[in-house]
Design a protein around this ligand. Structure first.
Ligand SMILES: Nc1nc2c(ncn2[C@@H]2O[C@H](COP(=O)(O)OP(=O)(O)OP(=O)(O)O)[C@@H](O)[C@H]2O)c(=O)[nH]1
Ligand SMILES: [Mg+2]
Length: 386
């Protein structure tokens, strides 16, 4: 287990969001709770929050301008130096809000990008996060320089600012194309490794973040992947051979989790990591059975899988953390909703794992021959590294 703690000088942040026609108060509150968890994962302390009811975001200020001033005063009064918005902002909204509230303003995408940047460990994950960050930055450069020339004001700021903007745009574009080139090399390597494994049946763990995917991988395949009660602990993919009994072995991959409104830049730049999911023959869609949000989370997972081209892959829904659910009837009712191909387990307490292996075997027997996986159906590996 890795330690992910908040530093004593944690940045104090205030959270804010909208209740709109598409988002009820209850949903907006749950979403704000999740934003709080994300802020905590980024090392911040949440000192307060506020929601405003509006049919749609104000095009210039996001909130009404009076409400924006009020939120600024509330946040500064609570000691916050940063305001984090639950929805995404246009570059103009972000700039106007910074001026009105006199706070540093971040939106949900920036916060998620920040967590990814601090957690990325492998070369591939770092390249992918950097690519997403620069893509996010590019349309905002103009505002940054406009902002500087306004605040700096006076002689000598505007001209150099604009020249600098062109220079910066060029630098960012050059960096973007170099990152894309380096990622293509990593992707080629990954494809090569995958093509060597192409005769073996592939299973991928997918699901919302923090539901226990890596814990399940560790329990099934005897890996020692980092696990923590934090979102986005896993940002890479790890593949191992897994023996399922009765002469069947498969490759199993643990990878990145999803969250609602995952920034599209991130989904696009994590293309090669997510390819491990897209190319799987079977997905174990892991869900947290103890979460009050389970149904909504599963909808987000389905939508994300669809958006990355993995919507049609065979699935088993794994209701994890069953040890935290006291009411077994509600668990059975939940499992019945996702039948056929759903079962309850506890990855941590190793409950239900044999049933999961049996269910996987039966799926592979139904589809593996059709897919021509001779190795899977004859292998006898023992969970060693692939
Ligand atoms: N009680 C209980 N806790 C569990 C179980 N499985 C996982 N956890 C806990 O849930 C938290 C998240 O587990 P991870 O395995 O890191 O979850 P993940 O889905 O890989 O999360 P990310 O990689 O961050 O997306 C950790 O604190 C685990 O100890 C379970 O069956 N029961
Ligand atoms: Mg994980």
């Amino acid at each position: 287990m890795i330690e992910l703690t908040t530093s004593p000088q944690a940045e104090k942040v205030f959270l804010a969001g909208l209740i709109t026609q598409d988002l009820s108060r209850f949903e907006a509150e749950l979403s704000l709770d999740e934003l709080g968890n994300l802020a905590h994962a980024a090392g911040a302390t949440v000192v307060g929050s506020e929601l405003q009811k509006r049919p749609a975001p104000h095009p210039a200020f996001f909130f009404g301008s009076g409400k924006a001033r009020e939120i600024g005063a509330l946040a500064r009064g609570a000691g916050a130096g940063t305001l984090i918005l639950d929805q995404d902002l246009t570059p103009a909204q972000e700039r106007n809000l910074e001026r009105t509230t006199r706070l540093k303003v971040l939106d949900r995408s920036e916060l998620i990008l920040d967590i990814f940047a601090s957690r990325a460990r492998t070369r591939e994950a770092r390249l992918q996060v950097e690519l997403a960050q620069y893509q996010y930055l590019l349309p905002r450069l103009a505002g940054m320089w406009g902002h500087l020339s306004r605040t700096g004001g006076g002689i000598g700021t505007r001209g150099p600012g604009e020249t600098q903007l062109e220079t910066d745009r060029r630098l960012v574009r050059t960096r973007l194309s170099s990152l894309k080139k380096r990622l293509r090399t990593v992707e080629r390597h990954r494809r090569l490794v995958r093509s060597r494994r192409s005769s073996t049946y592939r299973v991928a763990l997918g699901g919302y973040t923090n539901v226990g995917k890596s814990t399940l991988m560790n329990s099934l395949a005897r890996t020692r992947l980092p696990v923590a009660d934090q979102p986005f602990v896993t940002l890479d993919s790890t593949t191992r051979k897994l023996y399922l009994g009765e002469g069947l072995s498969v490759l199993i991959t643990d990878t990145i989790g999803f969250v609602q409104r995952l920034p599209h830049h991130l989904v696009a730049s994590f293309h090669s990591t997510l390819e491990e999911v897209r190319e799987a023959d079977l997905l174990l869609v892991v869900a947290d059975a103890s979460s009050p949000q389970i149904e909504k989370d599963l909808v987000v997972v389905d939508e994300t899988l669809e958006s990355i081209g993995a919507g049609e892959i065979e699935k088993i829904v794994v209701l994890n953390k069953m040890d935290l659910v006291g009411d077994h009837r509600s668990l059975q009712a939940m499992a019945a909703r996702y039948e056929p191909g759903c079962l309850s387990v506890s990855a941590l307490r190793r409950i239900g794992l044999s049933d999961l292996r049996i269910m996987m075997r039966s799926r592979i027997h139904t589809t593996g021959h059709l897919l021509g996986y001779a190795n899977s159906l004859q292998g006898n590996g023992t969970g060693t590294e692939a």
